[in-house]
Design a protein around this ligand. Structure first.
Ligand code: BGC
Ligand code: BGC
Length: 648
């Protein structure tokens, strides 16, 4: 039989199957409101796997490829009916992609709008909407921004991480988003990489432990094995482990612009397995159902092309039953020939492609590849089976819409309080001469300087409202300065001089805040993470103006600043604490103790930037370092445990 006649024969069988489908089961696939959710007791007892097989036999090739296609919301918004036309399986918001206005109700309306179109397609298979909510629902304006993972790594607190993931899941579910591209399973080995802060740690065990805690928070009790369980709405959001594998191991000089990101991990297999695989193993055991493939390469082979790692290792050896998603436009980075790239990636084992803009050409190329016999139908079926299985087990077929009953959780007081606690617990005290910290709330005067002291954008970092983050009041929150002003007694005179040019008499205590300019991904790759010249100048002025100087470092990674540290009396690594600057004030003034410990070693000089080259002489503070203080006040409602216990 020629390929063409094989295909038409297949189509014929599917059409016959379709009529069967329409008379028996199509109603459950297209619920329009909670009231007409499927109630067919017969189908409720059917296992997900059986249900998926039934659905699969009813799908055309193009419907199957539609399920394997993830488009970005901006692209699809131009022609929303393409969702129905191509049976698109998934939509994402890339960094900074929000509806107008950027408000929670508009998010729910947008995702529900897309969903309604999907449900009106021939088979009515629901869409799954994905996003990077990597420190809270961070594309939604005015909601809570939690500390970036590097800071959560410093807390070593699995309960806190679970509580944050749970809070994030609620906010996502309220706005119709069922899939979070988190937690990162990266192990950054080079501090020049722009994605250090996205990782909990450089340490394998710590990353694996906190990944599991985060996955548990997002996915709650885990996905169901029964199709169509119509229980009460639950804030369950699909987690993603990313970026498989060795994204943090790329060698300086091999990446984009000859830097680190998207480069080549030139490590042997034993190292890859020992250092970088355990978080994936742990995540799979904890029930992770999607894994995002890395832009990077291993030993010169792009991860998206590695059948050995994607299929043999992950799906074979590790028994991963979920589906693999590509990274954003990652196939375009594999070579100049689009059709070849698609073929290589799908044959390597990729199941869903984050296309995300030129979806028509992706769909027609993959269809042609299958028709030409270059990509076997079994591979397509395997991919679609995996995707549908996850969608069904997540309960999407019965609960496809935003769960607006959770709307009040968005930016709630509890979530703000949780973020404040997390900010406090993520602070690492690096230096504290003569126990300068905690400061007394009753000091007469306080001099504060630095752009970062009064800038929500700088304290949130990248992936905040915009992909790259931003400066200033980009979302609501409490700046460090505001947090300090609230913490001290009304009689304390707080003076803020942005650039540190203070001409009054020397103050007993000055607080200088240095900050990295926000960045995400390759935009944050540097040849050396050093202080900005304006911060350096500010520090010099503040040193001269203050008897004793506290330096607070807002950064996505340990910085090369040994001299500045030597010059200061106290130094706090604040990382990127998020929207609740009050948490930083809590530890500065002793409402909560300093308890964080470094999740990355802090280098003394450039040689200490790469983990494998690190030794006692090029390291300033080792992994796990952090001075402790005690609480000064014990007001029970500010007790750290109590704060997040309520949310568990
Ligand atoms: C990043 C991923 C992210 C994706 C979608 C990519 O550029 O590498 O981490 O999930 O974009 O925004
Ligand atoms: C998107 C991000 C994505 C990046 C990849 C941006 O335009 O907003 O989500 O990670 O592209 O380069």
């Amino acid at each position: 039989m020629t390929t063409r006649s094989k295909t038409s024969c297949m189509r014929f069988t599917m059409l016959t199957a379709l009529s069967l489908w329409q008379t028996t089961a199509v109603s459950w696939a297209a619920p329009t409101s909670k009231s007409n959710l499927p109630r067919n007791t017969k189908t409720q007892l059917v296992s997900v796997d059986q249900e998926v097989e039934v659905l699969l036999t009813r799908m055309t090739l193009s419907e199957k490829i539609g399920q394997m296609t993830q488009v970005e919301k901006e692209a699809i918004s131009a022609n929303p009916d393409d969702i129905r036309r191509f049976g698109i399986g998934s939509i994402l918001s890339g960094g900074g992609q929000a509806p107008t206005p950027n408000k929670k109700e508009a998010w729910a309306d947008m995702t529900d709008g897309f969903q309604r179109i999907a449900l009106s397609s021939r088979l009515g298979i629901p869409l799954i909407y994905g996003i990077d909510a990597i420190h809270g629902h961070n594309n939604l304006k005015d909601t809570v921004i939690f500390p970036h993972f590097i800071g959560l790594g410093a807390t070593r607190d699995t309960d806190l991480v679970t509580a944050i993931a749970k809070a994030t899941a609620k906010e996502l579910a309220a706005t119709g988003i069922q899939w979070n591209f988190a937690p990162s399973a990266s192990l950054p080995q080079d501090l020049r990489w722009g994605r250090v802060y996205e990782a909990f740690s450089e340490d394998t065990d710590l990353v694996a432990t906190l990944d599991v805690a985060y996955i548990n928070g997002l996915q709650g009790d885990g996905l169901s094995e029964l199709a169509h369980t119509n229980g009460p709405p639950k804030a369950q959001v699909l987690a993603t482990s990313k970026h498989f594998i060795g994204d943090g191991a790329t060698e300086f000089g091999t990446g984009r612009d000859n830097l680190v990101d998207r480069g080549d991990a030139r490590i042997d297999e034993a190292t890859l397995r020992q250092l970088h695989l355990p978080p994936y193993r742990a995540a799979i055991a904890a029930g992770v159902e999607t894994i995002m493939v890395s832009y990077s390469s291993w030993q010169g082979v792009k991860m998206h092309a590695s059948r050995y790692l994607l299929t043999d290792l992950l799906k074979g050896e590790l028994g991963f039953k979920g589906f693999l998603i590509s990274d954003w436009k990652a196939l375009d980075e594999m070579g100049s020939h689009e059709r070849e790239n698609i073929k290589t990636a799908i044959l390597a084992g990729l199941d869903m492609v984050m296309v995300p803009t030129r979806y028509e050409s992706f769909i027609s190329n993959l269809e042609a590849l299958v028709q030409a016999g270059e990509v076997p139908m079994e591979r397509i079926d395997d991919a679609v089976r995996r995707i549908l299985r996850v969608k069904m087990r997540l309960g999407l077929f019965s609960q496809p819409f935003a769960d607006r009953s959770l709307m009040s959780a968005v930016a709630s007081t509890e979530h703000r309080q949780l973020a404040r606690t997390a900010a406090a617990r993520s602070q690492v005290l690096l230096k504290n001469e003569q126990n300068l910290l905690p400061l007394a709330k009753t000091t007469d005067t306080l001099l504060i300087a630095g752009e970062g002291a009064d800038d929500i954008g700088l304290q949130c970092g990248g992936w905040s409202i915009e992909w790259q983050g931003g400066r200033g009041h980009l979302t609501s929150g409490v700046s460090l300065l505001e947090g300090i002003r609230t913490a001290v007694s009304p009689s304390t005179q707080v003076t803020y001089v942005r650039d540190g040019a203070y001409s009054g008499p020397k103050v007993p205590v000055g607080i200088a805040v240095v900050a990295e300019t926000p960045y995400a991904e390759f935009h944050g790759d540097v040849t050396a993470p050093i202080l900005r010249p304006e911060d350096q100048a500010m520090l010099t002025k503040m040193r001269a103006a203050s008897e004793r100087l506290v330096v607070i470092v807002l950064s996505g990674r340990p910085m090369l600043m040994s001299e500045a540290i030597a010059d200061a009396d106290a130094v706090v690594a604040a990382f990127l604490p998020g929207s609740e600057g009050g948490g930083v004030a809590d530890v500065l003034f002793g409402d909560l103790p300093f308890s964080g410990t470094l999740s990355f070693a802090w280098p003394r000089n450039e040689e200490g930037l790469v983990r494998s080259k690190r030794n006692a002489s090029n390291t300033l503070y080792p992994f796990g370092y952090g001075l402790k203080t005690t609480k000064l006040l014990r007001t029970s409602e500010r007790d750290s445990k109590a704060d997040h216990q309520i949310l568990r």
